[in-house]
Ligand binder design. Structure first.
Ligand code: SAH
Ligand code: SF4
Length: 354
């Protein structure tokens, strides 16, 4: 019977209303239910004490109200913390909680970012990434995406005010569930995270970038470029064969135009692959075409893969080329390097303990 019960955290307010109306209940109970689920964080229908007992029983018979099961947590307060969760079918996923300003200047951080997963594994197989190493298992449901937020807030006792879809998986390959999860995360009746505080990262699915541009929500878009020419990019990202740089760039231009919003290109610096000064010059030319900005990330070593992070000197030289070309660019010296923070790594360690 439980296999047939959908999780309650997959329903929008409208869908709750539809269900309640069909069940002969007043519509206003949908707002009350949403409040129990997202404001009061009820973990069972039994806890919803102002609801009639018969309705609570009926809800429990029709829906699941489960939280994600925590398997491991790495890191500690004031640092990057990584959570490993087991889903109902046994699959493992990760979420990473990142404080914005580490206590370097002695002030507490007021902005906490959660990096969420959208799939179990990933089908895109970027050569440098731990998430793609074991292939793709399945899409996450909206409740499993929203569930990461709920559970990490609960376990950490912190309020999350920023969301990045940069965990395991390709968010735009799970488009419908992603949109539904974002609707719940963003809604005033849901978790109330502002759209401008939500960033979707994609490896460059051009058609879905255009589709996202047609959505009303002003979420932010980050595109994992990692190479400014087809030659460089397809060495490390098989997706480039399907959507080459020119096609990806056209989709990015469309997005920028539609949304009147600047996108960010993510660019991992990998020694000897994409870190030459001429790579930086090619990147600068490309970025200027769509008025984007660049976020460089020194490669995070993945166990079992041979890619290396360039020296700091080499990183600085790369950034200097971008700066001279007047391209807005930042470099993110990775937080959480020590706790296998690149996506997919903790899961691999747990699946195959060596
Ligand atoms: N699939 C989406 C989102 C998840 S990956 C995407 O590819 O954009 C989030 C980001 O982490 C991407 O920019 C990805 O390229 C980057 N990443 C993956 N492995 C990494 C590693 N070992 N070191 C640094 N960044 C990595
Ligand atoms: Fe998938 Fe993104 Fe990793 Fe590429 S970088 S394998 S798209 S999760």
């Amino acid at each position: 019977m439980s296999a047939a019960r959908p999780p309650i955290h997959t329903l929008t307010l409208e869908e709750l209303e539809t269900w309640l109306t069909a069940a002969g209940e007043p519509k206003y109970r949908a707002g009350q239910l949403a409040q129990w689920l997202y404001a009061k964080r009820a973990k069972s229908f039994g806890a919803m004490t102002d609801q009639p007992a018969a309705l609570r029983e009926r809800l429990a018979a029709e829906f699941l109200c489960d939280a994600l099961e925590q398997v491991r947590v790495l890191g500690s307060e004031d640092t990057t913390r990584k959570y490993l969760f087991r889903l109902a079918d046994g699959a493992l996923i990760e979420s990473v909680l990142i404080p914005a300003s580490p206590a370097l200047y002695g002030e507490p951080s007021d902005r906490r970012t959660l990096c969420v997963s959208t799939q179990v594994g990933c089908a895109y197989g970027c050569k440098f990434c731990a998430s793609g190493l074991d292939g793709f298992a399945r899409n996450l449901g909206p409740h499993e995406i929203v569930g990461q937020f709920l559970r990490v807030e609960e376990l950490s006792g912190e309020k999350i005010n920023n969301l990045v879809f940069m965990g395991m998986g390709e968010p735009l390959a799970n488009f419908a569930h992603l949109m539904k999860a974002i609707a719940i995360l963003n809604a005033p009746w849901g978790l109330g995270v502002g759209a401008r505080h939500i960033t979707i990262s994609t490896s460059g699915l051009a058609p879905q970038i255009r589709q996202l541009a047609e959505q009303p929500l002003q979420v932010r878009l980050a595109v994992s470029l990692h190479g400014a020419t087809d030659e460089v990019r397809q060495q490390i990202m098989p997706v480039n064969r399907k959507y080459p740089v020119a096609e990806l760039l056209a989709a990015c231009a469309f997005y920028t135009e539609r949304k009147k919003q600047r996108i960010t290109f993510e660019y991992i610096l990998i020694e000897g692959v994409n870190d030459r000064p001429e790579d930086a010059a090619a990147l600068a030319r490309l970025v200027r075409k769509v008025n984007a900005k660049v976020n460089c990330i020194p490669y995070n070593i993945v166990e079992g893969l041979d890619w290396k992070r360039p020296s700091e000197r080499r990183q600085d030289d790369f950034m200097a080329v971008l700066e001279n070309a007047r391209v807005p660019a930042t470099i993110r010296r990775e937080k959480g390097h020590d706790i296998a923070a690149a996506c997919g790594q903790l899961r691999r360690q747990t699946m195959s303990p060596s």
